[in-house]
Design a protein around this ligand. Structure first.
Ligand SMILES: Nc1ncnc2c1ncn2[C@@H]1O[C@H](COP(=O)(O)OP(=O)(O)O)[C@@H](O)[C@H]1O
Ligand SMILES: [Mg+2]
Length: 394
């Protein structure tokens, strides 16, 4: 029997859903959130609040909000206030207010009937539940772009209005919105937008040194003592820094590097383990994410991937992408969707971070949208998509 013992002592500390006890380098932003929502423990019912957290992928938006949620509900409890923090990912809810509200209500009543209500009715039901329980709610809408893309500005407008309609009743529902792409703000109605813009918390990309601190903290929680040498940490921080200070990518690299060490029965996690890990992690594109795209989004993405396989350029035009998509549709015996629909796909795919878009010749006539694929090798993406499409993953 092998006497090898793992470099890990607790892998769960590297899980994407783990909320660390200390948030490094985000003290200011955490304080700001606490300021915005101070009333929730000092004068609950007196007012409501809406705040917006913005920043690139892996800048700690989700974890900041969750951390704040834990802190404030703990304080409320000490003061005997029934304050709830509920964190909902809009992408997981397919950008549907209905599903978001359903999940929210089910946090209070897990057996709440799934059918028979409209979104509007669910919202009324939620307010009723809060009244019945004399409860207050801070609802976080994470990855808000999917909701805005799917249903426009109505959901946020309705979530705000329901409070304003309740003139003499206590105010119970506050919102935290989390958004990666500022351009989605333009799609909101002016009053929602201006409130959010007043209470904005921006998270800058982490520097290399900051990433190293975050990683070192996580190493002490997840790895056995002395199994991760400093040069390994430095290398991962450097790589994370190249990905725009992406802490998520860095932590995933750290985890995978540890896995390589274990697989090779090494005593510590060497830089070579990191290099092996790099080859297997796509910084942003997770396979489970690809599964969630619709059939034609997948076909469009396949067209984009194929095009990039054949060219050395960093961007392709929307026109080129459309041509490539048309070929893919032919191959799969599907009728190609129209231009307007393809625009929506581009938006979804870029909100998910798989592709990136930019506009050429801004300010000139005939400006055109360009599509880039910065985070995943085109050949790997193609292979993955073909596999999913073959399995009938439509
Ligand atoms: N300041 C921080 N301190 C400790 N861990 C952090 C910090 N910022 C981010 N992380 C970790 O990095 C990963 C990505 O953070 P996350 O909140 O998911 O980023 P975002 O939501 O902006 O994409 C998570 O595992 C999170 O726990
Ligand atoms: Mg997030």
């Amino acid at each position: 029997m092998s006497r090898y013992s793992s470099v890990f002592k607790d892998e769960s500390k590297l899980d994407i859903n783990y909320v660390p006890h200390t948030l490094l380098h985000r003290k200011l932003q955490l304080n700001l959130l606490n300021q915005f929502f101070r009333f929730a423990v000092e004068n609950p019912g007196g007012m409501t609040q809406r705040a917006l957290i913005m920043g690139n992928i892996g800048t700690g938006k989700t974890v900041l909000s969750q951390h704040f949620g834990l802190d404030i509900t703990k304080e409320a409890k000490q003061r005997n206030i029934n304050l709830n923090y509920i964190h909902i990912n809009c992408r997981e809810c397919k950008g549907s207010l209905f599903m978001i509200l359903q999940r929210t209500i089910m946090k209070f009543y897990p057996n709440f009937p799934r059918r028979g209500y409209s979104a509007e009715e669910l919202l009324q039901a939620l307010m009723q539940i809060l009244d019945d329980k004399d409860a207050y709610l801070i609802l976080t809408l994470d990855e808000l772009e999917t909701l805005v893309q799917n249903e426009g500005s109505d959901p946020l407008y309705n979530l705000s209005r329901i409070q304003e309609d309740r003139i003499n009743a206590p105010k119970r529902l506050s919102l935290i919105c989390i958004l990666r792409q500022p351009e989605h703000l333009e799609n909101l109605d002016p009053s929602t937008r201006s409130t959010l813009q007043r209470n904005i918390i921006r998270l800058d990309d982490y520097s290399e040194a900051q990433l190293e601190d975050i990683l070192a903290d996580r190493v002490s929680l997840a790895f056995r003592d002395g199994t991760v040498p400093t040069q390994t940490l430095t290398l991962i921080a450097e790589l994370g820094n190249c990905e725009r200070g992406n802490a998520r990518y860095s932590i995933e690299l750290l985890w995978r590097a540890g896995k390589y060490a274990d697989a090779s029965e090494l005593r510590d996690v060497s830089p070579e383990c990191v290099r092996n890990a790099v080859a297997s992690v796509y910084p942003v594109v997770r396979k489970d994410m690809i599964h969630e795209f619709s059939l034609h989004e997948k076909l469009f993405l396949l067209g984009v991937a194929r095009h990039f396989k054949q060219t050395d350029s960093v961007y392709i035009s929307m026109g080129e992408a459309e041509e490539s998509y048309a070929l893919v549709c032919e191959e799969y015996g599907e009728t190609g969707r129209g231009h307007t629909q393809l625009w929506k796909y581009v938006k979804t795919l870029s909100a998910a971070g798989v592709i990136e878009t930019t506009v050429s010749g801004v300010g000139q006539r005939g400006k055109t949208t360009l599509i880039g694929l910065p985070r995943v090798p085109a050949a790997d993406l193609e292979q993955e998509l073909v596999k999913i499409l073959m399995q009938g993953g439509r």
